[in-house]
Design a protein around this ligand. Sequence first.
Ligand code: DQA
Length: 143
Amino acid sequence: MNVLVLNGPNLNRLGTREPDIYGSTTHDDLVDLCKRTAAVLGMDVAVRQTNHEGEMVEWLHEAADAEWPVVLNAAAWTHYSIAVRDACAQLTAPLIEVHLSNVYQREEFRHHSMISAVATGVIAGLGADGYALALRWMAKHLE
Ligand code: DQA
């Protein structure tokens, strides 16, 4: 089974970006965690990050066409991108929305997600472990 893990804007800056909120885990660490988790679960995972909305939309189209499950941290796009949401709505396999931080403890503008209504489930506030949990759910529910 192929699972696509997609990360949106500024997540390449993990490790140096607002460490009080996002901790010291880097994007490379996140990729490593996803790959190690996937290996244990016997699944193939690809982890991608972009700061360009159109590129994210095209990756979601690719996932829709291939019927791949997706773990998505759309970062700031979560809160306002109708384009990313519309691309998510085309997925036929499960979509798990992940946030490193607990967005509900933060600014009001982070309390609304464009994605949640079209996601299978949402994980927020568990740091990088949220990605591993999402992959475990995929492994359990997809065969
Ligand atoms: C985030 C939360 C978003 O509000 C923020 O814009 C991000 C990261 C998270 O993982 O906690 O860039 O998605």
